[in-house]
Design a protein around this ligand. Structure first.
Ligand code: SF4
Length: 586
């Protein structure tokens, strides 16, 4: 199957197919191919909310064919940061794109009316979506599935009301509880008047003479996933198993990163969620692990007559941090109650949690008062008030509440309180307070995410391995660079230790892609990594301007107090390593 790009132009209502085999020969696919495409486009436009601003959804050569190669990468200009927007989501989407024979889906333009796009194989239709306007991200999926009369094989991406309001912290929800969560893709959908995209197909590939090799490799891979203890932990408690150990080492952000130990950690631990609220574990299409943990939350809609609605909500570590410890909430039901509202609206839960935490500290410090909050008194641990805040944001009845859904950096710039705004490159911080290399990873990462280079995991190794900070920075750099290859194959990063260099080469060869070798893959990693920073620089990023939130220089992390001079020095080392790679490429 030759890779193709499907372009849907919402302004003209047209679509077009372009072969992208040369692009895939050079960049493998996924993030590599999409970064090249976005780089070419930003020469023409840098405004995330200009109609021609494109969104690229890309898969790679392994998607649809190997287990845990389940992700789709979205690239766009982020309305939250004004810089590179990159987000990855699972669910059925990668499989649906593969079956539709589409390797890159490009969406551009702005529809004159609220719309949703339906793609079946290579057929594209654009439909009016007036009746879906204002509908929650959860309900829109149900309605659209009924409307298309099908089947869980179709993948449905959609936004909730937050995306329609063009909130830069709005996400795009994919199928059951998967998200293009970070960096505001939902706001871009809203700006394009795009409520949803549905993808399905019934194609596949002919393996021909590679079939025997493919099946042998597949079985080997599958066995590793099913029997590996490294992956069984994701099925057992899931990532929420990290709550207790991180709190124990002082690495769990609590009350807007005031400390790394949460006294209520046991009450919102993965163990507690599993014992009391877990009802189901589900998986992305083509994954035998199944790490998606669904909890049940009972919602009363008629107390007098004991009428309840049962809601199923996915939870994981990041969500529990953002709406639990970081807001000092120690009841799993309260965490789920806030999460349900956030899921319905379609906000990124990490961004909204950090923004609520900043708002609370801003209130406690007098940066905002009851004048801005309309009488509400913000307090850490007060779930009822947080719910009221979210409802007022939805109503948009006061300036401050309309501003809340613009994110932490926006609020801090407008009202003051930048010293305790916990953002990196304007993106709200993920849930790790492990120390220097965790924070350095957020600062230097191409999307300012813990998933870029996993510096938090390096910090946790420091208690066992002693070496100079420079060497940890080199590890961080190499990890971020290598992940560009994993993200061009668009694998689930939980499988990163299985998809080693030899395994990837074997997997490519089993698909007849025998021209790749170790040297070429390393060279590709370097090339994509450098290209991403060049793209970021064009959009205004610079290592010099990147700032550590001031508050983080005075709090104890899992590896002690942070030295800002050391942070700056390691930043320069990272920048030098990148410059060296760039020179090697020329
Ligand atoms: S391990 Fe989890 S996130 Fe990864 S592919 Fe499987 S279900 Fe999806």
């Amino acid at each position: 199957m030759k890779p193709i790009m499907m372009t849907v132009d919402l302004t003209t209502g047209t679509s077009q197919i372009t072969p992208v085999d040369e692009l895939f020969d050079t960049y493998l696919g996924g993030t590599g191919a999409a970064t090249k495409l976005l780089t070419d486009e930003i020469a023409l436009n840098k405004d995330p909310y200009a109609p021609p601003s494109p969104v690229f959804f890309a898969i790679g050569p392994f998607n649809g064919l190997y287990p845990l190669c389940t992700k789709t990468v979205a690239l766009f200009i982020s309305p939250l940061t004004g810089n590179l927007g990159e987000s990855h989501a699972g669910g059925n989407l990668a499989m649906a794109l593969f079956q539709a024979g589409i390797h890159i889906l490009k969406i551009t333009g702005r529809s004159a009316f609220p719309c949703y796009v339906r793609i079946v194989n290579h057929e594209v239709s654009i439909h009016r979506a007036y009746s879906l306007k204002g509908m929650s991200a959860l309900a829109s999926e149900r309605v659209l599935r009924e409307r298309i009369g099908n089947t869980w094989k179709s993948s449905i991406m959609r936004v909730g009301p937050a995306g329609e309001r063009e909130s830069p912290i709005a996400c795009v929800t994919v199928d059951t509880s998967r998200h293009f969560g970070r960096l505001g893709l939902g706001g871009v959908f809203g700006n394009k008047n795009l409520k949803a995209v549905i993808v399905s197909g019934n194609g596949g590939i002919e393996l021909g003479s590679n079939k025997g090799r493919y099946l042998k490799f597949y079985k080997n891979l599958y066995d590793q996933f099913v029997h590996s203890p490294a992956l069984s932990k994701y099925h057992d408690l899931g990532t929420s198993m990290n709550i207790l150990p991180l709190s124990r080492i002082n690495g769990l952000p609590t009350r807007n990163f005031s400390q790394g130990f949460f006294e209520g950690a046991a009450s919102i631990s993965g163990e507690r969620f599993a014992d009391q609220l877990l009802i189901q574990k589900i998986a992305c299409a083509h994954c035998p692990v199944g790490c998606i943990h669904m909890a049940i939350l009972r919602e009363s809609f008629d107390e007098k007559n004991h009428q309840y609605k049962a809601n199923k909500i996915a939870y994981d570590y990041e969500l529990i941090y953002a709406l639990g410890s970081n807001l000092s909430i120690n009841s799993p039901e309260d965490v789920l109650r806030l999460l349900l509202l956030i899921e319905k609206q379609g906000w990124d839960a990490i961004s909204m949690g950090v923004t609520l935490a900043w708002s609370t500290e801003a209130f406690m410090k007098g940066v905002i008062t009851t004048r801005e909050t309309g009488g509400l008194v913000f307090k850490f641990g007060d779930a009822d008030t947080y719910e009221r805040i979210l409802r007022r944001v939805i109503e948009g009845d006061m300036e401050f509440y309309r501003d809340v859904e613009k994110g932490t950096a926006f609020l801090a710039e407008k009202y003051g309180g930048e010293s305790f705004a916990i953002t990196f490159g304007r993106n709200e911080a993920p849930g790790y307070m492990t120390g220097l290399h965790g924070f350095l990873g957020f600062s230097t990462g191409v999307r300012h995410s813990h998933l870029d280079s996993a510096g938090y995991s390096l910090d946790q190794k420091k208690s066992e391995i002693e070496k100079p900070a420079r060497e940890w920075t080199e590890d961080l750099f190499r990890e971020g660079r290598w992940r560009t290859v994993l993200n061009s194959l668009v694998i689930c990063l939980f499988a990163r230790n299985v998809f080693t260099m030899p395994t990837i080469l074997e997997g490519l060869a089993a698909l007849g892609m025998t021209t790749w070798d170790e040297e070429k893959l390393q060279e590709l990693a370097r090339k994509i990594h450098v290209m991403k920073y060049e793209l970021k620089n064009t959009l205004g990023f610079s290592f010099d301007r990147e700032r550590l939130p001031e508050k983080l220089t005075s709090v104890f992390t899992a590896t002690g107090l942070l030295d800002e001079a050391e942070y700056r020095q390691q930043m320069r080392i990272f920048e030098d390593l990148l410059a060296k790679d760039a020179r090697a490429l020329t």
